[in-house]
Design a protein. Structure first.
Length: 206
């Protein structure tokens, strides 16, 4: 018996069937190309999805770098460069967290964030030796002197201003002035040895 021809009532009343058909590979290639192009577009023009970034700027850093700088910003930027140039970054790291077991943190350190820079100027200039407690942790330090020997009073102050006021580290202490640096260095000009914690604790913070 021959099967019913197409479009006959018998064929129209038949139950529909479900099947699978291969999706053309070219559709995946097209979709992948569109997705990749979209990612490139967003990476170049989305500005990190920051509403303050728009053409012709590509990133918030670019916008921030072009903002007018006040004297405090310029001093902070100078201090950041000096922090790397004199070698502080090698021990205390770019994030200020130091190296566990070897070099203590500057971020959140009570010695860094003291009300005044009297002690931190001495530490940075002459070094520090022996046991000291920092953020509740005991350290046995042998920080050398001489790292700031070639800095002007202004550059020395900029370095400590960067360390004490680095908000990325969570620090928010007051800036250090060249006059403060000069006064401490004049007072300690005859000292040739590193400081010890007990000596520093006897010195007023301001």
């Amino acid at each position: 018996m021959k099967s019913a021809p197409k479009n006959t009532p018998a064929n129209r009343d038949a139950e529909p069937t479900v099947g699978f058909a291969p999706v053309p590979v070219v559709l995946f290639l097209i979709f992948g190309a569109l997705f990749f192009a979209g990612q490139l577009y967003l990476d170049k023009f989305a500005g990190g999805f920051n509403a303050k970034v728009y053409q012709p700027y590509d990133s918030w850093k670019m916008v921030e770098d072009l903002q007018p700088k006040g004297e405090g910003d310029l001093i902070f930027a100078k201090g950041k460069k000096i922090y790397s140039a004199v070698g502080c970054v090698a021990c205390h790291q770019a994030n200020g967290l130091g190296t566990p077991g070897s070099f203590p943190p500057l971020a959140g350190s009570e010695w860094v964030l003291a009300p005044g820079p009297n002690r931190i100027i001495r530490i940075a200039h002459n070094g520090l030796e022996g046991p000291i407690k920092i953020k509740g942790v005991d350290w046995a330090l042998a920080m050398p002197s001489g790292l700031t020997a070639n800095l002007s009073h202004e550059d020395f102050a900029a370095l400590l201003t960067f360390i004490r006021g680095n908000k990325e580290w969570g620090n928010n202490a007051s800036p250090v002035t060249a006059a403060q640096v000069k006064a401490v260095l004049e007072e300690t000009k005859d000292r040739q040895t590193p400081w010890h914690a007990e000596e520093l604790l006897a010195i007023p913070e301001k």
